[in-house]
Design a protein around this ligand. Sequence first.
Ligand code: A2P
Length: 268
Amino acid sequence: MTDAQIKPVPTLPDAQTVTEVEHYTDRLFRFRCTRPQSLRFRSGEFVMIGLMGDNGKPLLRAYSIASPSWDEELEFYSIKVPDGPLTSRLQHIKAGDEIILRPKPVGTLVLDALLPGKRLWFFATGTGIAPFASLMREPDTYERYDEVIMMHTCRDAAELEYGRQLVESLPNDPLIGEFVGDKLKYYPTTTRDDFAHKGRITENLISGKAFADLGLGIDKLDPETDRGMVCGSLAFNLDMKDILEGWGLNEGANSEPAEYVVEKAFVD
Ligand code: A2P
């Protein structure tokens, strides 16, 4: 057989290979894949990923990269929507499968879009924790701020599990543990089952319960010292904008850093 007769194995454009998959609930899973050598990104950014559609065209969605910028692989945390065009199929991927990944990272949930401060707040609902899974593993986060507070609200405890396991592993992590030290505080809540702390992030901020439970001795964020990053559903993001702006924080961007930034979590 001559070279010309050898049929090339069909590969996807921008193909990456899945290395690991872990399912948390019937609605949530994470997976890791190879990282294109050319991909440079800032922790907190997102890329377009997906699978080849039945029509032969790539079916892509925006996904926050959940791994930090220094990791040699990439991690993603995803919802599974039964009739979602992409996630109904993506939820079945296994190690060794290929996904499509466009290596063009973008996003506003980056440390560079915030002014310096003392305390950094991460506010997430559901899969909105993904960009913070990246930023919590980023040494720069701890070099820029004295204290980092991860607030995460889900319907029930099982949905908090990805974040809980990650947060609890960080102080002892051989690579990032020394940066994290005792700077990272975690405040998980649920809204639909029994749990140590209950209620929506928005309610717990307005009532002051979150500040009291964290033992901070404050009753709101201070635009002089506090910085916020918000990632969740559209309704959550809008409610958080109102709260933060009511306390005098302004929305920042890459081009004009300010006191808080916001981005919508991926929904299929
Ligand atoms: P709730 O159970 O009261 O709706 P979902 O799984 O639907 O994406 O929601 C994730 C979490 O975000 C749930 O705990 C949900 O609370 C909460 N949530 C939804 N909308 C808002 C909002 N506007 N403000 C604060 N929390 C919200």
